[in-house]
Each structure stands twice: as structure tokens, then as C-alpha cells.
Design a protein around this ligand. Structure first.
Ligand code: GAL
Length: 673
């Protein structure tokens, strides 16, 4: 048995070991409650507290009049108790005096109507007045606390682009034109790249170009795509401006909370991630999805991809129900621990919650918190203490990195392009296709890195390319080179269809991958949602088919019924020293898993987890000579897993079959490492 390792310094989070943290909104409570809060935070082992996220109207109650008294008290109170601070710049929501004096900062929807204040984030990302005012606040906050010893991290704004990513006002239109001018140089180039000959859209002058405001028919998809890119860049520019102000007064790390989660797709985080000192994500289980736990694992793996494999921070999650879904489900006993440790297993070194104390007022009064309305004699509080104890026992895991043999390519730009207004089938959505591929891998016990199409691929035995509709020439060439050199790839339908400008790649689909896959497709043949067709392997397929011919590929499965009977639906091609699979239809989950099982077998992928319904997740984190095996049992029956080492959760020495009770988690520091 190896001796207990030293804590690692490799974790990028501002606290030694694994961090437990929360958002705290003391402005909602009286100072007598603050004292109680901090005592309970200590009892719960809270290391890091995010404050001043929505502080603007308190800090600057009237224009240019700043009042730091209560924030000072909270900062010093936390400091006295040894709790580190994740300090918000306070700019997330403008105060009413600002929107009243300057209604022109309010965002405008695509139909030209303004959005009133009354909610949050009511500001246009291109508004110079908003920016000037917000940066003035950041300057004051940074001057005040930039060197404060309790401040461990800066939290810029909050979930940038959650509500206000797309603004269509005149100010935004001007900014969009400037962005386009920088990108294309001349209006002729823009005309060419946007294909404005279609529907008489040729522009003679920049001033004629608009954001994609609500029109009578479908708009120009290249314009819409560029508006997505612009909107993401515009907020990134805003983030950079806040960072520049903070840097004048502080050397502390700076970040902002991303929203890598289902349904929010406004920012291209591949462009953002290199700009934050530490990747931080907010994640909430979404019960509108079929399998929220699978989506949690996916989001965590994608967040790790953004952190280029390094540890990252879960900046927000919930202890139990949220308050913004149609049905806000409470967490079952043990679920809080499993959810949190799934993030840790997949690379998080910090687990933080929104929020510390459940609000008594406001739109989030029904949102769970670490400290519920009912106080400490509650299941949630006990679950929080249990998590805290587990994180303490797992401190040594901090800084280690996750092992994965499979890479899955993910692209926000492809997401935007895939879901253009006019497309072959509205039933094909990007995230759904990505999640299906991911779930098949997860159910086969495989750990997957979710990475950018520009990522280094040669470290993977298999690369999965789901619905990569928009792909650049360079990205396609890198995928081809990877396979030519002996890599294995699995591409799913609607990939490789358009270039960077959203222009169809001609001479047969799937344009960019035709040679790699050894097929050519002359026509898409979408199926109505209720139609299912059989393949000669017995598999069932739906939603999508293609009039496909193999050129060099071998057919693996063909349709035996439906509009393209006899045509291959699944193919495999030898390309250079490697293998390229193509799925030209949406296979039912069991059939998809059969294909993926064969692909991972041929690629030599060694799954860590058992094959099943995904209710057992096994992930390994490694650091130098140590490794940690996370075995998470979401199921209702006990399971057994073979391992040897020390179970850090129970402290038991284990060798051979380890029992993981239903709903529980084991983390084994492995002996062999
Ligand atoms: C996040 C937000 C928090 C809180 C939370 C509730 O989007 O950053 O302020 O609203 O959701 O789930």
C-alpha cells in the first residue's frame, strides 16, 4: 500500500484541495442573520463564497455615489472567519436609475420591441453608456478590494449572455457592421460570403446591412450565423473590458461563469475559454430532458474540454430543486452527493451552489439552497454536511486529470448552423444528436473527452463526430490526417455539409468527409417523426435517410424497407491506416450502441465502466503516480466493481470486488498506481 499522498499544488482553484462554495446574497438579509450565516458556513465547511453578484443598486444607489459600507462588513466578516471570497464585479444587472435615465441601454428583440427592466440582465451588450457605467463600477470595486487578502477570485458579471446575448437595437446594428467590416474588409466580400445574390439582397453600402431582424420569411442563414458569432464576440469584448479594469488594481485570478448546459447556446465558449484564468461552469439538472444525469456528465466533460483537460470549477449548481423549469423536482436522497461527485469525477476541483440561504422574496424564492427555508433540521442540510465531509476526504484528488481514450467533437458554430430556419428536418437538432452519440459511449462504460474540432486528436483511439454540419477546411483536413495515420472515427449524418460561410460543399454530400468515409450522397431523404424503418441487421432507424452510394466503403447495414430500400445506412471505410464509420440515419439507442460497441472494439478502447443503462459511471482521475477511481451508482440496486486500494469515502482498504450500495459513490485511491 502506498503512503497517503501530499496535497497537490496543481489545482487551479484558489483554495487548497477540493473547494466547497456558494453564492451568497447578504443584501437580502439583516446583519444579524449574516453572523449566523457565517457560523453555519463554517459548520458546513464552506471555503469560498461568491458575493456582490447583483450588488450594483446597493453599491451605487445614485449615479456616482458609492456606498461600500455593507459590502465592507460582509467582506471583513467572511475574512475573519477564514472564508475566501469570489468577488462579483456587481455589473450583472443595472440599477433602476440607470435604465430610467437611459432607456436606450435596454435590449431590443428581433421584432424591434424593447425589453423592460424588472427582471435581470436588461442591458444591450453594445451600449456604450452601459459599458461606461459598468466599468466605472468595476473600477470602484477593484480599487476597494483588489488587494484584499480574502479575495481569492474575481467573478465578472454573471452568466454573460444568459438573457441578453442577442440585441437588435440600432447601437447593436452599428456594432455588427463594424464587426463585419473588420471581418470582410469590403462590402463585395460580404456579398460573396453571404450569397446575397439570392432573393435580391445585394448590398451596395455597409449602412444597408442589418442584424437579422424579424422578417416576413426565412432570413439569410449566413447573416444569422455571423450575428451569432458577432454576439458572442461582443460579450467577450465586454468581458475583456472588465478584465482590463480589474487588472489595473488587482493581480487575483479572474473568471466568469459559463453556461455549458442544455438549451443555452449563445456563446462560443471555445473562443472564451482561453481568456479566463480558470474555467468555471454553472450546471443544473434539466428534467425537461430524457436523461438529465447523462446530460450532467456530458456538460462536465465539455467543461473539462474547455479547460483543456485541466481541473475546473463548478461555480453554480443546486442542492435540490430549481425554480425555472415547468416542474421543479427535488433531489432524491443521495442525489446531491452523486451529482456533485460526478462533476468531481469528470474534473471539477470545486463544487459550489446557488445559493447559500434560500431567498424569502423575489423570483427565486422557491429555489433550493444549502440552507433551506426550514433551517438546519432538514434533509438538504444533512446532505450538504455529507457532501462537505466527502469533499474533505477527497481533497488529495485536486489537481489530478481525467483519463479518456475517446474524443467527441463539439462546436457551437456547427450548432448555430445546424439549426438554421430552413433545413431538411426540424426534428434534427444539434444537441440531441450529440447527446445520443455521447449516451451510447457512456452506456458502454467509456469516458469521453468533449473537445473542439481543432483539438489535437492523436491522443484518442476513437474520435466521434456527431452532426458536425459546419466544418472548416482545416478541421476536415485534421480529421482526415488523424484517420490516415491510423485513427478511428465515427461520423454521423448531416456532418461535413457546409463550409465556414454556411455554403454547401458541392459534388455530393457529405462534402468535407466524402473521401474519408468512402461514400457519396445525392439526396437527403428525411422521414416523418412517426416513421421507423428496419435495416438488414434487424436495427430500427428513424428521422433520416440518404440516397447514398458507397465508393470505397463497405456497407455495414442496409434498409430493407422505406424510401431507400437496399441503400446502405451504416458504412465503414478503410482510409490510410485508419477506419472511418458513417451513420447515415438515426439508429434507435440499442442499435446505435451496437455500432459504437463495434467501433470501440476495433479501435481498442478499454471501457472502465460496465455496459448498461448508464446508471453506473466509472471514471479515473490521475496525477503523476496516483490514480483515483470514481464509481458512481445512480441505480436502485447495489453493484460490485473490481478494484484495489483505499476507498477514500469510507476509509476502507479494498481489494477485489468492491460493493457500491444503491445510490452511493466510492472513490478508490488505486494501489497499482
Ligand atoms: C443561474 C444564475 C443564478 C441563479 C441560478 C438559479 O442562472 O447565475 O443567479 O439565478 O441560475 O438556478
Amino acid at each position: 500500500m502506498t503512503s497517503p499522498p501530499q496535497r497537490t499544488a496543481a489545482s487551479p482553484t484558489p483554495v487548497v484541495g477540493l473547494t466547497l462554495g456558494c453564492d451568497y446574497n447578504p443584501e437580502q438579509w439583516s446583519p444579524t442573520i449574516w453572523e449566523q450565516d457565517v457560523r453555519l458556513m463554517r459548520q458546513a465547511g464552506v471555503d469560498l463564497v461568491a458575493i456582490n453578484i447583483f450588488g450594483w443598486s446597493h453599491l451605487e444607489p445614485r449615479p456616482d455615489e458609492f456606498d461600500f459600507d455593507s459590502l465592507d462588513r460582509v467582506v471583513n466578516l467572511l475574512h475573519r472567519h477564514g472564508i475566501r471570497i469570489n468577488l462579483g464585479t456587481g455589473t450583472a444587472s443595472p440599477p433602476p436609475w440607470l435604465t430610467t435615465r437611459h432607456p436606450e441601454i435596454l435590449p431590443m428583440a428581433a421584432d424591434g420591441t424593447r425589453r423592460y427592466p424588472g427582471g435581470r440582465q436588461a442591458w444591450c451588450p453594445s451600449s456604450p453608456i452601459f459599458r461606461r457605467r459598468a466599468l466605472a463600477l468595476v473600477d470602484e470595486v477593484a480599487r476597494q478590494y483588489g488587494a484584499h487578502p480574502a479575495v481569492a477570485l474575481w467573478h465578472v458579471s454573471n452568466e454573460l449572455g444568459c438573457h441578453n446575448a442577442h440585441c437588435y437595437c440600432d447601437e447593436s446594428a452599428e456594432a455588427f457592421r463594424r464587426w463585419l467590416q473588420k471581418r470582410y474588409g469590403t462590402i463585395e466580400t460580404l456579398n460573396d460570403r453571404w450569397g446575397t445574390t439570392v432573393w435580391s439582397q445585394r448590398y451596395g453600402d455597409w449602412s444597408e446591412v442589418q442584424p437579422p431582424r424579424l422578417a416576413l420569411s426565412a432570413g439569410n442563414p449566413s447573416q444569422t450565423l455571423d450575428f451569432h458569432r458577432f454576439s458572442s464576440d461582443e460579450l467577450l469584448d465586454y468581458y475583456r473590458d472588465e478584465v482590463a479594469v480589474l487588472r489595473r488594481h488587482s493581480t487575483k485570478p479572474i473568471t466568469t461563469n459559463f453556461m455549458v448546459t442544455a438549451h443555452i447556446r449563445n456563446l462560443d465558449y471555445w473562443r472564451w475559454a482561453p481568456e479566463v484564468d480558470l474555467v468555471a461552469n454553472d450546471h443544473y439538472l434539466d428534467h425537461r430532458l430524457g436523461e438529465p444525469t447523462a446530460e450532467l456528465a456530458f456538460a462536465a466533460d465539455l467543461t473539462r474540454g474547455l479547460a483543456t483537460g485541466r481541473p475546473w470549477m463548478l461555480m453554480e449548481s443546486s442542492t435540490s430543486a430549481v425554480s425555472w423549469q415547468p416542474h421543479n423536482l427535488a433531489k432524491a436522497p443521495g442525489e446531491l452527493l452523486r451529482n456533485s461527485l460526478t462533476h468531481v469525477a469528470r474534473g471539477a476541483d470545486a463544487v459550489c451552489f446557488f445559493q447559500w440561504r434560500a431567498s424569502a422574496q423575489g423570483p427565486e424564492k422557491f429555489h433550493s439552497a444549502m440552507l433551506p427555508h426550514a433551517g438546519t433540521d432538514t434533509a438538504t442540510w444533512r446532505e450538504v454536511l455529507r457532501l462537505s465531509a466527502a469533499l474533505n476526504r477527497l481533497d488529495e484528488v485536486a489537481g489530478s486529470t481525467v483519463e479518456a481514450e475517446v474524443g467527441l467533437l463539439f462546436s457551437w458554430q456547427s450548432w448555430w448552423a445546424t439549426e438554421g430556419e430552413s433545413r431538411p428536418s426540424q426534428s434534427i437538432t444539434y444537441l440531441d444528436q450529440v447527446h445520443r452519440a455521447y449516451r451510447a459511449l457512456r452506456e458502454l462504460g467509456v469516458t469521453t473527452d468533449v473537445v473542439a474540432p481543432t483539438a489535437r486528436l492523436d491522443r484518442y483511439r476513437l474520435v466521434v463526430v456527431p452532426c458536425l454540419h459546419l466544418v472548416t477546411d482545416d478541421e476536415a483536413a485534421a480529421i482526415e490526417a488523424y484517420v490516415a495515420a491510423g485513427g478511428h472515427v465515427l461520423v454521423t449524418f448531416f456532418s461535413g455539409i457546409v463550409d465556414h460561410d454556411d455554403r454547401i460543399r458541392l459534388d455530393g454530400y457529405p462534402g468535407a468527409f466524402r473521401d474519408l468515409l468512402g461514400v457519396t450522397v445525392e439526396e437527403f431523404v428525411p422521414l416523418l417523426p412517426e416513421v421507423e424503418v428496419s435495416l438488414d441487421t434487424g436495427a430500427r432507424a428513424r428521422l433520416w435517410a440518404e440516397r447514398l452510394r458507397v465508393t470505397t466503403a463497405d456497407p455495414v447495414a442496409r434498409y430493407v424497407e422505406g424510401p431507400v430500400t437496399g441503400v446502405p445506412a451504416v458504412t465503414r471505410n478503410s482510409f490510410g491506416a485508419g477506419t472511418a464509420w458513417y451513420l447515415a440515419t438515426e439508429l434507435r439507442a440499442d442499435a446505435l450502441r451496437d455500432v459504437v460497441r463495434e467501433a470501440i472494439r476495433m479501435a481498442g478502447v478499454r471501457p472502465l465502466g460496465p455496459e448498461g443503462d448508464g446508471s453506473v459511471e466509472v471514471v479515473r482521475r490521475r496525477a503523476d503516480r496516483r490514480s483515483y477511481l470514481f464509481v458512481i451508482n445512480h441505480g436502485t440496486a447495489d453493484i460490485q466493481y473490481t478494484a484495489a486500494g483505499i476507498d477514500l469515502v469510507t476509509g476502507d482498504v479494498v481489494r477485489g470486488l468492491v460493493r457500491v450500495p444503491a445510490g452511493d459513490v466510492r472513490v478508490i485511491r488505486e494501489e497499482s498506481a
